[in-house]
Design a protein around this ligand. Sequence first.
Ligand SMILES: [Zn+2]
Length: 46
Amino acid sequence: MSEHVHVRVNNGLAVTESGELVEEYGCRCGTTWTRVHRADEGRPEH
Ligand SMILES: [Zn+2]
């Protein structure tokens, strides 16, 4: 399997029952990522 630079395509947003904002990303190779933002903090984390 050859290595490549993943391209993160935003697959959409979802809000959990606990009020967290979840961003979903996916690369065409099948790798996926999620990033969770806590709505009550209001600032992104690294
Ligand atoms: Zn990839």
